[in-house]
Write a protein that binds this ligand. Structure first.
Ligand code: HEM
Length: 194
């Protein structure tokens, strides 16, 4: 399988997450995750993955339309670094697949910790070796982004849904899964209180 540059899911160099499976189980309860959501997110994946490029066009369009968001993709001169945007976009595509299809186990937890680090000053810019004027993604935007990442998904689910599908159920599962991951990505921002 070809994986995008900088994608290190399951890589031996990746440290295990300090988050235990018991912590994850409790967090799943906090977001109301159930076995029905597991089935719904798999089905959502079947519908969404073939539309990945169109979904990313919407999300990148949203980021590009907001100077404070696109500023995080700046190179050393402060303007958007197209190579950086492109490299992250390929891992973003892979993330949609992972979110819908991977088991939420230790390997998954380790990569969530890594993605959190990549939004945080500790790891941002490292993967793509970017000299960026941006040191991190503000935690407020990381959390705030759950809203557009979820609300923009509805039409894509509607596009591919059959009569037997419940779009509301799949959107609920998507929201819970995204909230779960962003919660895990927030850990490096405040290790003590996480
Ligand atoms: C729900 C919230 C968010 C999701 C689901 C998300 C998703 C992702 C994913 C999947 C990656 C690539 C991870 C990898 O390397 O495998 C990534 C990296 C990145 N994201 Fe986000 N993101 C979110 C919020 C944001 C926000 C709000 C911004 C901008 C303000 C942002 C800017 C970036 C940047 C600049 C990178 C590259 C970091 C680096 O490695 O240097 N993200 N994001």
């Amino acid at each position: 399988m070809t994986t995008p540059a900088g994608y290190t899911y399951g890589h031996t160099s990746l440290a295990p997450s300090p988050v235990t499976l018991a912590d994850l189980d409790a967090l799943k309860q906090s977001v109301l995750w159930s076995s029905a959501d597991e089935a719904a997110i798999r089905r959502a994946g079947e519908i969404l993955i073939p539309q990945t490029e169109a979904i990313l066009d919407v999300w990148y369009g949203f980021v590009g339309a907001h100077p404070h968001l696109v500023a995080t993709f700046a190179g050393e001169d402060g303007t958007p670094d197209l190579e950086y945007l492109g490299a992250v976009r390929r891992r973003f595509a892979q993330w949609i697949d992972d979110l819908c299809n991977r088991p939420y186990d230790e390997d998954w937890l380790a990569y969530q910790e890594e993605i959190g680090r990549r939004h945080h000053p500790r790891g941002k810019n490292e993967t793509d070796r970017v000299e960026s004027t941006s040191t991190h993604i503000p935690l407020r935007d990381l959390i705030g982004f759950i809203s557009p990442i979820t609300l923009t998904i509805r039409p894509f689910l509607q596009n591919g849904a059959s009569d037997a599908d419940d779009v509301g159920e799949m959107l609920d599962a998507w929201l819970k899964a995204v909230t779960l991951t962003v919660s895990l990505w927030a850990r490096p921002y405040n290790e003590e209180l996480w």
